[in-house]
Design a protein around this ligand. Structure first.
Ligand SMILES: Nc1ncnc2c1ncn2[C@@H]1O[C@H](COP(=O)(O)OP(=O)(O)OP(=O)(O)O)[C@@H](O)[C@H]1O
Length: 529
């Protein structure tokens, strides 16, 4: 192959080469066009021949020629090196510049790409400089030259180092564009397949057979006016299902009113549910309708019903039997037309056995029991939900991130005792804390390790679809979700914890052992929002 003849060592010439190289690199984002063009420039104007850019593969252990000028296809293909092997491997491993003045006398020079016989008969040299990114060698730029030239090796090194830095930036931009495109492709794919799925219509993502079965059941019962009891571990989507049932019922368009019975103190809960008349208790400066009244014509969703006191349970039973409420301090029966959906992460059957839950109320509420599967039973859904949350949070926090290799399988192998809410939290933390543009398996590992160590709790989990017989005690690591009734001192405690967490609600909820929703609900109740 014809190799261009060198031109003398001239600073103006080098400035011209650099300005031409900058121009070439700026003209296109296609590295396979711009980098060989720059290597051609080095050959034609500086006598630095057969330039090649060698880059590592994904594992970082094998290096190969990615871009070249003056090499035949076969020569390029032969240019594969192990890390540390030969001159190229050495430069990549150490990040140091290497000059071989006479390649025939250097045993480390491997003639891997170009055979000696095809080179000029004069003494041939090889100069290799690292392509540095973030202070680490990311590749190697190497060239041949005829040793016996007036141009000093030092001048070649100087020029090649600047060109290597420019190529490094081109490669960095190319990688970023590739990652972002990949991210958009992943996103598109997730959205496209989600749109094709029936479940997306209710905002309930998942393709696993157990979830689709639960969705099917929920759709079927939606049309009736029957009372539904949703059972499932914390974070399995009980509220989402309750909303979906409402939206698929003839009551759609009427109010969907939700009360979290575990999130507010008992005295407040009664007033919240049934309302009060003016003067009914200190602070009742005007009369107010309760949530049961507010839900008239629609659906009342009672979350964490297992936490309701026995006294309030009897009042709820009256509401269900007579379909009317009496405000606190009032004596008038107010008729309400509501459908009731309840949810509990507790085994209510056990509550009945222990005398903490009324049997008659249990039968009233348990007309249609619907079990929501925990995430660990939902084959394939972790990956789907992780992508969905990645998309949600990158959008919300204005970041561009993709999932690195190994992340999906690590997420899939995690036990997810806090279910979808826990996965949601983990993905949000990953989006907020990952510094680079790729969430690596190590970032996730770090978050999951923390997840597994924060406040180990033992909680009773309703794992029995029929609510009879078997009950299971399960370790519940770290989702910060032990349910507890609230104490009256809550507003102050909430404020203190919020201050301590500098307003970070996720952290505050975790400290208080509440879900984000419970905290949100309490802040709203106490006027602290
Ligand atoms: N299938 C799903 N697809 C997408 N997001 C979901 C799905 N199920 C639940 N989520 C999200 O997970 C979080 C927890 O869901 P939800 O509050 O409905 O669970 P829950 O079972 O009612 O929890 P808890 O028992 O703690 O009140 C919410 O942010 C919800 O939007």
């Amino acid at each position: 192959m014809e190799i261009d003849q060198p031109i003398g060592n001239d600073p103006d010439q080098d400035a011209l080469i650099l300005s031409e190289a900058a121009d070439l690199l700026g003209r296109s984002l296609e590295a396979s066009i711009t980098i060989p063009a720059v290597l051609r420039l080095l050959s034609q104007l500086a006598g630095l021949n057969r330039g090649r850019v060698v880059l590592p593969d994904n594992t970082g252990s094998k290096l190969s020629i990615q871009y070249a000028y003056g090499l035949r296809d076969r020569e390029r293909e032969q240019g594969v090196y192990n890390l540390g092997e030969g001159i190229t491997g050495y430069v990549m491993q150490t990040g140091r510049v290497c000059v071989v003045e006479d390649i025939d006398r250097e045993p480390e020079f491997r003639f891997r790409a170009v055979e000696r016989a095809t080179l000029p008969s004069e003494v041939v040299s090889f100069v290799a400089v690292p392509i540095m990114l973030d202070d680490q060698p990311a590749g190697v730029l190497g060239c041949h030259r005829i040793r016996n030239r007036p141009r000093a090796f030092q001048a070649d090194i100087h020029l090649l180092r600047i060109v290597a830095a420019m190529i490094g930036q081109t490669l960095r931009i190319g990688t970023l564009i590739h990652q972002r495109t990949q991210h958009l492709e992943q996103q598109n794919e997730a959205l496209r397949s989600a749109l094709e799925r029936q479940s997306f219509k209710h905002g309930i993502l998942g393709e696993s057979p157990v979830l689709l079965e639960a969705l099917e059941e929920a759709t079927q019962v939606a049309a009736s006016d029957a009372t539904v009891m949703l059972r499932g571990e914390s974070g399995t989507g009980k509220e989402k299902f309750a909303r979906m049932i409402h939206e698929y019922s003839p009551r759609v368009g009427k109010p969907f009113v939700c009360i979290n019975c575990a999130a507010i103190p008992e005295q407040l809960l009664e007033a919240e549910l049934f309302g009060h008349e003016k003067g009914a208790f200190t602070g009742a400066v005007r009369s107010r309708q309760g949530k049961a009244e507010a839900a008239d014509g629609g659906t009342l969703f009672l979350d964490e019903i297992g936490d309701m006191s026995l006294d309030l349970q009897s009042k709820l039973l009256r509401l269900l039997q007579e379909r009317c409420v009496q405000r606190i301090g009032g004596n008038q029966d107010i008729h309400v037309d509501i459908r009731v959906i309840t949810a509990s992460h507790k085994d209510l059957q056990q509550g009945v056995n222990q005398g903490t839950f009324r049997l008659d109320l249990y039968y009233r509420l348990n007309v249609i029991p619907l079990r929501l599967p925990p995430l660990r039973e939902r084959d394939g859904d972790v990956a789907l939900l992780a992508r969905h949350f990645l998309h949600t949070f990158t959008h919300r926090h204005r970041r561009n991130l993709t999932l690195g290799p190994g992340v999906q399988s690590r997420l899939e192998s995690f036990p997810w005792h806090g279910n979808i809410r826990q996965l949601e939290n983990v993905m949000e933390r990953a989006v907020l804390t990952t510094r680079s543009s790729v969430i690596e398996a190590s970032d996730i590992e770090h978050i999951l390790r923390e997840e597994s160590t924060v406040g180990e709790e033992t909680e009773q989990v309703d794992s029995n679809p029929h609510g009879i017989g078997v009950r299971e005690m399960s370790a519940y690591p770290s989702t910060g979700r032990p349910y507890q009734r609230v104490a009256e001192s809550d507003p102050q405690e909430l404020q203190e914890v919020l201050q301590r967490c500098r307003g970070n609600k996720t952290q505050a909820a975790r400290e208080l052992g509440l879900s984000a929703r419970q905290l949100h609900y309490r802040l709203e109740k106490f006027g602290l929002k």
